[in-house]
Design a protein around this ligand. Structure first.
Ligand SMILES: Nc1ncnc2c1ncn2[C@@H]1O[C@H](COP(=O)(O)OP(=O)(O)O)[C@@H](O)[C@H]1O
Ligand SMILES: [Mg+2]
Length: 225
């Protein structure tokens, strides 16, 4: 459960998000909208990467301003470009990074890495340099590193923008099977099949909050206007 209470976000004199209150309950939530409509800013508010200029965001009761560390443990964030997320040179080290931060050592760490790589089909790449992975494999590695930490919510900001159709479908299937709450920013409207709710952003406002079919229709009308 994420509660967004009367937030506004400004950078200098620019209003990037106008006043906004809503709850994101459980389930899969999509976010769509034109370039520059405020989607990434909104997504980053959800785990405290950005703090709102006014109002507050609470994740399972924890305020992103007062309890940033708790919130970041609850909310995993996946960026569009996995190169911004992969920090270690070797695949297994990268997946191990977050787990080590979470306190795992020795066999427990090694088992958790094995499990994470297996569930994303990356077992064979375990000892390879991360920078030699394909774009799709890199995005899977970034996702594996986040999900290994068992966050309650996963926020993804255009995770498939750099991927081909096969890898996009792979990510879609992985997301469909996740037990966690998913918040997905995307221009890939097919990815929203089976989602519970889709928000449409326009110039820093939410102009539709509806089923995927109705929200997408609203977005298409907006783009054609
Ligand atoms: N740190 C910032 N400083 C100034 N302007 C920003 C900053 N972050 C975002 N913006 C502006 O806010 C608007 C919304 O950005 P963003 O949330 O990235 O939109 P989207 O993800 O929908 O493309 C854009 O006009 C962008 O240029
Ligand atoms: Mg964006």
């Amino acid at each position: 459960m994420i509660e967004i209470e009367a937030i506004r976000h400004r950078v200098e004199t620019n209003t990037i998000l106008h006043e906004l209150s809503l709850n994101l309950g459980e389930g899969r939530i999509g976010i769509i909208g034109a370039n520059g409509s405020g989607k990434s800013t909104f997504a980053r508010l959800l785990n405290g990467l950005i703090l709102p200029s006014a109002g507050r965001v609470r994740v399972h009761g924890h305020d992103t301003r007062a309890a940033g560390d708790v919130v970041r443990a609850l909310v995993g964030f996946v960026f569009q470009n996995p190169d911004h997320q992969i920090v270690y040179p070797i695949v297994e080290e990268d997946v191990g990074f977050g787990l080590r931060n979470a306190g795992l050592r020795g066999d427990a760490l090694s088992c958790a890495v094995t499990e994470a790589l297996e569930s994303f089909g990356l077992t064979e790449k375990r000892n390879q340099p991360a920078h030699l992975l394909s774009g799709g494999e890199k995005q899977l590695l970034a996702l594996a590193g986040i999900l290994a930490l068992a966050p309650r919510v996963v926020v993804l900001d255009e995770p498939t923008a750099l991927l081909d159709l096969r890898n996009r479908r792979k990510i879609a299937r992985i997301l469909a099977d996740l037990p966690q709450q998913v918040v997905l920013v995307t221009h890939d409207l097919d990815m929203l099949d089976g989602f519970d709710r889709v928000l449409v952003f326009d110039s820093g406002r939410i102009v539709a909050d509806d089923t995927p079919a109705r929200a997408i229709a609203h977005y298409i009308r907006l783009m054609e206007a």
